[in-house]
Design a protein around this ligand. Structure first.
Ligand code: HEC
Length: 192
């Protein structure tokens, strides 16, 4: 059975069904990450509110009190994750950080999303991940290797330095495929 599954997976990969999205990673002459024009047509993973990482969001104005985020991933990488429980090369994950407004239009309570405060990018190629950050308009600045993006994601991300524990449908897939990091599994087990 295992062997049959392996052959099936190999066949799917070699048939090009998961061929990387064309030009998904584009770096300009200054080494900055060009924001993909159509990323809002990509696969939506989650929206979270006011998650605190104990670190300010780069480029965020100080007067933003509540924030909502939206996370997108390119379709080819998403399909590969569904098949394997982890990320292939040419994965691009985009996090929009948006101001949360309240009591606008017909709403009297609750929060809804308004303008972009900043954008963050997590990009995998040649087996390596890189982080970039932008104000949402300009191409993403590469984050230096000692930036806390790398340490927090590698210490706490549930799958391959990404925060799959916050993406409910992907978490179920990672559990089924057994791709959760050993540290994440240990930390969760200790809570029980
Ligand atoms: C202290 C921990 C921490 C730090 C530091 C941190 N992040 Fe994250 N990051 C998270 C968490 C938690 C999530 C899940 C967010 C959600 O569900 O909205 C996340 C999600 C992301 C995602 C979505 C894809 C993924 O990997 O899951 C991107 C892109 C991202 N962060 C970029 C950055 C960048 C760029 C930096 C540095 C400038 C950074 N992060 C610093 C905790 C951190």
């Amino acid at each position: 059975m295992k062997r049959a599954l392996f052959l099936l997976t190999a066949a799917v990969f070699s048939s090009g069904a998961f061929a990387a999205d064309a030009d998904v990673i584009s770096i300009n002459a200054e080494g900055r990450f060009n924001i993909p024009a159509n990323y809002r047509e990509w696969v939506f993973l989650t929206a979270s509110m006011d998650l605190s990482y104990d670190a300010p969001v780069p480029e965020a104005p100080a007067n933003v009190t509540h924030m909502l985020d939206n996370i997108f991933v390119n379709p080819a990488a998403y399909k590969a994750f569904v098949a394997t429980g982890t990320w292939p090369d040419k994965t691009v994950m985009i996090k929009e950080n948006r101001r949360a407004a309240e009591a606008g239009s017909i709403s009297t309570i609750g929060k809804y999303q308004t303008e972009m405060v900043s954008m963050e990018f997590h990009v995998k190629d040649k087996g390596q991940w890189a982080f970039f950050a932008s104000n949402g308009k300009n191409p993403g600045r590469p984050m230096p290797a000692d930036a806390d993006c790398y340490s927090c994601h590698s210490t706490h991300g549930a799958v391959d330095t990404t925060f799959v524990q916050f993406y409910p449908t992907l978490l179920e897939i990672a559990k089924a495929k057994g791709t959760l990091s050993a540290d994440y599994v240990k930390t969760e087990a200790a809570k029980k």
